[in-house]
Design a protein around this ligand. Structure first.
Ligand code: GDP
Ligand code: ZN
Length: 313
């Protein structure tokens, strides 16, 4: 056993952490002694699954490593504890990929939900891939059309979409390939088949996966800890309870459109800066909507969010 090194947090149990020197999977327990804070970030927990840390072993307590330093993050999914407090809670860090699982029926995933999720991820610095699950159920023409319509909107916005069926195994190899050599987070509304997909990716995954229950009460706040699992085909996955667990992001009205990749592409040509892309003359975003280059659905989502944001300010 080494005396010190750099490792990734793969689990947080409340009292201690499990670390592993990824891509090696050999988790060992570690604790944080004393105060350890990322400068400038006030959080109820200083580290999260995915964080890269430096650790060392104390010769007197050689069963537990001590986390001595948190390395800078490339990104992080954060949840604000309440709207009033500035406290936030880091759910996961350093994600290579985020997958959003959606379904056309049983249940129908609403566009507003998809857009809110995508926006949140973009704000946190990750560009998600959309997995359309239960493809085996969309044999009817109207459902086939619905898939095409959905893909048109999101591919047009710059997102990769993959048609899959966790039940039939369709598209699973493609997802497995994307997971190899990376840390991927899976999210989706309840019932879309997240646990089925994770089990299809790797049947040896813990049967408990998908049933997020690793939560405990900490003061008045319920804290959910995510956990990383190794895939036998390579890579690591983090399962999440979905966007509701993420909560609101603090985005200003000016920033909002920068998290819509398709608006980001054209907004440089808006006559006024900043431009809210609502009433301003010479707005390149509105022109792109008129020309069908930006989907009306996405633009309407943007307007809805803009209104929501403005209401609270
Ligand atoms: P989760 O809540 O997202 O984890 O969803 P589950 O994996 O528990 O799946 C919810 C339901 O959808 C279960 O009855 C699954 O059998 C079903 N399901 C999952 N994937 C598919 C699929 O690809 N096709 C069909 N037809 N059903 C699926
Ligand atoms: Zn504009």
């Amino acid at each position: 056993m080494k005396n010190s090194g750099t490792a990734t947090i793969v689990k947080h149990t409340g009292s201690h952490y499990l670390l592993s020197e990824l891509p090696l999977w050999d988790p060992f327990p570690a604790v944080i002694r004393g105060k350890l804070r990322l400068s400038g970030v006030k959080t109820t927990n200083p580290v999260a699954v995915g964080d890269r840390v430096e650790y060392s072993f104390d010769p007197k307590k050689d069963d537990m490593a001590t986390i001595s330093r948190i390395l800078p993050r490339t990104n992080g999914i954060i949840r604000r504890s309440t709207n009033l407090s500035r406290e936030s809670h880091i759910l996961a860090a350093n994600l290579d990929r985020v997958f959003l699982i959606v379904t056309m029926i049983l249940p129908e995933t609403k566009l507003a939900f998809v857009d809110r999720f995508l926006l949140t991820c973009e704000a946190y610095g990750v560009h998600p891939v959309i997995l359309i699950n239960k493809m085996d159920l969309y044999e009817e023409d109207c459902l086939k059309e619905q898939v095409e319509w959905f893909e048109g909107i999101y591919r047009g916005a710059g997102y990769r979409t993959i048609e899959i069926s966790a039940r039939r195994g369709t598209g699973i190899e493609e997802v497995r390939e994307l997971c190899r050599d990376s840390v991927s987070l899976f999210s989706g509304a309840s019932g879309v088949g997240k646990s089925s997909l994770l089990k299809a990716l790797d049947p040896s995954l813990n049967p408990k996966i998908g049933e997020i229950s690793v939560s405990h009460l900490q003061g008045k706040h319920t804290t959910t800890f995510y956990e990383m699992h190794p895939l036998s085909s390579g890579g690591f996955v983090i399962d999440t309870p979905g966007i509701r667990g993420f909560g609101l992001v603090d985005i200003s009205t000016e920033e909002l459109s920068t998290y819509f990749p398709e608006m980001m592409r054209v907004m440089d040509s808006c006559r006024f800066k900043p431009c809210t892309h609502t009433h301003e003359p010479g707005c390149a975003v509105k022109q792109a909507v008129d020309e069908g280059l930006i989907s009306a659905e996405r633009y309407n989502s943007y307007l809805g969010m803009l209104e929501e944001e403005t209401k609270y300010r």
